[in-house]
Design a protein around this ligand. Structure first.
Ligand SMILES: Cc1cc2nc3c(=O)[nH]c(=O)nc-3n(C[C@H](O)[C@H](O)[C@H](O)COP(=O)(O)OP(=O)(O)OC[C@H]3O[C@@H](n4cnc5c(N)ncnc54)[C@H](O)[C@@H]3O)c2cc1C
Length: 260
């Protein structure tokens, strides 16, 4: 697994998860809902015992006992919900990784079960303010934190254009597809573009291939983004970033978060 959170060509940005100067500590959370998202992913809705503010794009570490392991195992999971109206309610979008230690246990949790979380962490954040056109590109579970950004922008009353390009193996593997369709039809600032790589006849997909330069150029439709946020597998993030630079987006305006 690789993880990075940098703006290409720009290294300095305030660590906003510790903006209050207090390091996050472990706390308990209760599962209040388990929502099927895709054939291999769920949203775990948690209520944190202690309300902790977070920014769209941040993540929590999750810790759980694993049978056969002497110590609890921890992994990072991005928040998919908006901090508004209640930041103590945190939706984590979790894809089950075959053979993985923790994700199969997390996707099997039931309402009422308890687990430990610590956070928020991360500098890959965008608060949805009206600051010019924005491009979001996500693949697989990389969509989770982008959804937090979109939901938060909707809460705040966004007006400037947001183009969201979602890549998934099939349309049914696209996180939040129904909610995104609803948001796009009720908010003129939001355009959602689906790319699917395996179901070549899927009519709801705009493109039946990976996100390439033509997909990006056509999706932007002249809305040159002042900022771009890319999240997903390293190869996807790197190739999309290179295409955007070719299309004239400033490298300092491209923010990346990489994980498989
Ligand atoms: C900042 C950040 C945010 C993230 N956000 C999300 C998110 O929103 N949603 C999400 O689903 N994931 C997210 N992840 C990924 C998540 O943290 C986990 O890495 C993922 O769920 C896999 O964990 P796991 O314990 O199930 O798998 P692991 O046990 O870590 O295994 C991962 C893979 O490695 C293989 N493997 C393990 N051990 C071995 C071995 N000894 N030899 C060979 N292969 C092996 C497994 O078979 C599996 O395929 C994020 C990661 C980071 C860093």
């Amino acid at each position: 697994m690789e993880y990075s959170s940098v703006a290409i060509g720009e290294r300095a940005r305030r660590v906003r998860s510790s903006r209050d100067g207090v390091a996050p500590v472990w706390q308990e959370a209760t599962v209040t809902a388990v929502i099927d998202e895709t054939p291999d992913a769920v949203t775990l809705r948690l209520r944190l015992d202690a309300a902790t503010d977070f920014l769209p794009g941040q993540y929590y570490n999750v810790r759980l006992a694993v049978p056969g392991r002497p110590r609890p195992v921890q992994r990072a999971y991005s928040v998919g919900s908006s901090p508004l109206p209640d930041p103590s309610v945190v939706d984590l979008g979790i894809r089950e990784v075959p053979g993985g230690l923790l994700s199969p246990l997390l996707t099997g949790l039931r309402v009422g079960e308890r687990l430990s979380v610590r956070g928020p962490y991360g500098r890959f954040t965008w608060d949805g303010r009206n600051d010019g056109p924005v491009l979001l590109v996500g693949a697989g579970s990389g969509m989770v934190l982008l959804m937090s950004m979109v939901r938060h922008a909707a809460h705040r009353g966004r007006g400037d254009p947001v183009v969201l390009v979602c890549s998934a193996i099939t349309y049914s593997h696209a996180f939040y597809r129904d909610e995104l369709a609803g948001l796009a039809s009720s908010h003129s600032w939001l355009r959602v573009v689906h790319c699917t790589t395996r179901d070549l006849d899927e009519p709801r997909a705009h493109y039946h291939r990976r996100v390439d330069k033509a997909v990006l150029s056509e999706s932007l439709g002249g809305n040159h983004p002042g900022a771009a946020y890319l999240c997903g597998p390293p190869a996807m993030v790197e190739s999309v970033a290179a295409h955007l630079v070719d299309l004239g987006v400033r490298s300092e305006a491209i923010w990346t978060e990489k994980y498989d």
